[in-house]
Design a protein. Sequence first.
Length: 69
Amino acid sequence: MSELKLEAPWPAVKEMLKEINIELTDEDLDYEPSHTDELLNRLAKKMNRTPQEIRQWIESVSYNRGKAG
């Protein structure tokens, strides 16, 4: 898969994701752009979702800057 399309820097997105889902840890959200699949698969397994759903969720959070709706 390709890199995530983020509207905010990864450290900011990572903090937004942790605020939305308090069960996520820094280890869960360890991300290197060349290892996107590893991140998506790790989160998919933990959150019982597909990697594509996780990608959409992360990119949506990034785009909305953590704002609801």
